[in-house]
Unconditional design. Structure first.
Length: 264
């Protein structure tokens, strides 16, 4: 979560410009969000805990549970750990994970992970982000707007695949199966193009859910976009003999495609 702090000392200013002051996102990205044709197709999924708009730092985590739900059937995912630099040029390495999955039948494939909690010193709390992404398989679209029973979940009201840039994405946030009223939803672009922003406030976009847990956001340009609804785990955890709160978030990723050439 992006922190707001009063300026006035060098220490505070260093925190303001620190990457840790911006939004943490669990990235769950398939190699494609749409699979067409008639033959079984293998896609790759990657999971990484990072700051998407800034591209770093990457942070350590473990996958506690994961899977994919299609047509009411649930399967496990099998991950391979890959060590990557925490920062560009850094010797410190942290894990990301990759998995392959073969789509064999028509349906909406809903991939999800439960990661371990990460302690963020700058915010004095643990962060745990239950994350999902949906893939359309072989033209079947039924059920994309149905929850899969995650403890923290964004249920889309806008179909979460086949999106154009400029489309408005609408969703509903649930924590423990109940709509989450008036919660902060942070939004970031997975910045693979070196996009520069005019000020820090542009790094993380923010909306809030209404009294029934609904939110919406118009996607300004093409690429992968993450939505993170900020919750509270209702418990605390010890670290170094001190109790800290647990932020428990619902995260969802969607991909927007560029407008066709010649379309304004």
């Amino acid at each position: 979560m992006r922190k707001l702090m009063k300026a006035g000392t060098t220490a505070v200013l260093s925190l303001i410009v620190s990457p840790a002051a911006f939004a943490h996102f669990m990235l769950l990205k398939p190699s494609t969000d749409i699979v067409e044709g008639h033959r079984a197709t293998t896609i790759e999924i990657e999971a990484k805990f990072t700051h998407p708009m800034e591209g770093e730092p990457n942070m350590p985590f473990k996958i506690l549970d994961s899977g994919v739900v299609v047509n009411g059937h649930r399967e496990k995912l099998h991950w391979k750990k890959v060590m990557i630099p925490a920062m560009k040029g850094s010797k410190k390495l942290v894990p990301m994970y990759k998995a392959e999955f073969k789509l064999r039948r028509p349906g909406v494939y809903k991939f999800y992970i439960y990661p371990s909690a990460y302690f963020e010193p700058a915010e004095e709390k643990f962060i745990q982000q239950v994350t999902k992404v949906e893939v359309e398989g072989f033209g079947m679209e039924e059920g994309w707007n149905k929850p899969i029973g995650l403890k923290a979940e964004i249920v889309p009201l806008t179909r979460p695949f086949g999106l154009w840039e400029g489309n408005t994405f609408r969703g509903r946030v649930y924590f423990n199966g109940k709509p989450a009223a008036n919660v902060r939803v942070e939004i970031e672009y997975l910045n693979t193009k070196g996009v520069k922003v005019p000020a820090d406030a542009f790094v993380t976009q923010v909306v809030r859910t209404d009294k029934d847990g609904y939110f919406e956001y118009t996607i300004p340009w093409a690429g992968w976009w993450g939505f993170s609804a900020i919750g509270y785990g209702g418990k605390k955890r010890y670290k170094d003999g001190k109790l800290y709160p647990v932020e428990f978030d619902a995260v969802m990723w969607v991909k927007a495609y560029p407008k066709p050439e010649g379309v304004k």
